[in-house]
Design a protein around this ligand. Sequence first.
Ligand code: FES
Length: 241
Amino acid sequence: MAKTKSKTKAENQTQMVKIYIMGSMYEVPSSLTIMKAIEYAGFKLTRGSGCRAGFCGACATVYRKEGDFRIYTALACQTQVEEGMYLTQMPFVPANKAKYDIDTLDPIASTILRYYPEVARCLSCNACSRVCPQEIQVMDYVQHCLHGEIDKAAAVSFDCVQCGLCAIRCPAEIPQYHVATLVRRLHGKYNMKPPETLEKRVREIEDGVFEEGFKELMSLPEDKLRHKYYHERDFVDQKKA
Ligand code: FES
């Protein structure tokens, strides 16, 4: 994160709070999210920011509050600032990510253990669940994996946004968020009925139904794509269509 400009004056009626960003104090409007407050303070986020809507998990944040011994975690784009927050943005969390061919696997516990043997080292300390900004019961889905309950593991981990905070806190060094991806893939591939509409659309794509349209889109200059085909497009009300 690079500092690019000094902060602007807040309007008189705006309630301000003091927060600390990488050790320096800033006054920011209390209505802002952590992400917006960091930008308000003059920093440009070149990492740790993606969708800004709570989906991509890029904005994992760790903070303490004045006079409080706990370490808190949050998604910066979804969490409002509070007086006395000491903030730092997390870098990307490197973690072991297995490579596999999902078409050749079985949806059973030994598949998980083959690619992520560290799952067997789970201490059941629940540090992963306590740190999850999505309030997912991470330890529970790790235990479901160990028992081969792929459907339960997939359901419990469904809201994971891959921020990686669980893996940072785990004393057994389990990359829970990558394990969760594997169980959801196994569940989707082997336990769920393929949706008919998706199969139909894939068949249409393979049969070349959209080939002409794709070619036209690929040949267009960016400004035409942006304006004519995006900003000025007709919005179809799916319920009425
Ligand atoms: S920026 Fe994507 S979850 Fe916050």
